[in-house]
Design a protein. Structure first.
Length: 99
């Protein structure tokens, strides 16, 4: 069984026992959080829509950390303009407990 969840403007494929890297969740390590479900199903059949309006998935927060650095480089040729920046996203690692 699987579920498609929505968090931080992105959609994730989740199965029971799987670990997901989500944008930072403001909760303590070891706490249980609820995530919004967009669809559920098995390999042969999926359920979408209004039936899942109040359906939630429970996940346990395993740890918080910062992801690898992403380099952002901007340049305009013949303008003598270039700018280099780095960004590290705050990440929460969660484990799906029950669907």
């Amino acid at each position: 069984m699987f579920a498609i969840i929505n968090h931080g403007g992105k959609q994730y494929w989740a199965e029971k026992g799987s670990k997901l890297k989500l944008e930072k969740i403001e909760s303590e390590v070891g706490s249980v959080v609820e995530l919004e479900v967009l669809s559920t199903g098995t390999d042969s059949k999926a359920v979408f829509g209004k039936d899942l309006k109040n359906n939630k998935i429970k996940a346990t927060v395993l740890k918080h950390y910062r992801d690898d650095k992403v380099i952002v480089f901007k340049k305009k040729r013949r303008e003598h303009y270039q700018k280099k920046q780095g960004h590290k996203q705050h990440i929460s690692l969660v484990q799906i407990e029950e669907l």
